[in-house]
Design a protein around this ligand. Structure first.
Ligand SMILES: [Zn+2]
Length: 133
């Protein structure tokens, strides 16, 4: 698939491609080769995905979001039903694990897409040709 540099300005929305786990440049190829393992390159446009390193970024967002949601729900359930503690444990431990796992991949995808969009990477020699193939 050929592409020119002008297509850089009409790049796909990083939130949409990241959430869907698609390539941040073409929006077609798969970003992930496993659950959280990124592909080495996009099978559609050939983008080298070696730059993709979201580090601890997704985990921090998910800790805040899931923590807020689960604690809020636990408080509401406690006020409304005042269940014994084992009910809380039975409810919120699976919800916490499930929500965290469900959010990890889309969040990692979004962070990698934003990393690509904003050209955020470790310091390296300048490479004006983004489409190095
Ligand atoms: Zn691609």
């Amino acid at each position: 698939m050929s592409h020119d540099h002008s297509s850089h300005t009409e790049a796909p929305n990083p939130f949409a491609t990241g959430f869907a786990g698609r390539c941040p440049r073409c929006g077609e190829g798969h970003l992930f080769a496993g659950f959280l393992k990124t592909s080495s390159r996009c099978e559609s446009c050939g983008l080298d995905l070696a730059f993709a390193d979201s580090g601890d970024g997704p985990a921090i967002f998910i800790m805040f979001i899931v923590g807020f949601v689960v604690v809020s729900l636990a408080l509401i359930v406690n006020v409304l039903f005042n269940p014994p503690m084992w009910v809380h444990l039975l409810l919120w431990i699976p919800v916490t694990i499930g929500l965290s796992l469900a959010l990890l991949r889309p969040f990692k995808g979004i962070m990698i897409a934003l990393q690509y969009r904003n050209d955020a990477r470790e310091g390296q020699q300048t490479d004006d040709d983004h489409a190095a193939e």
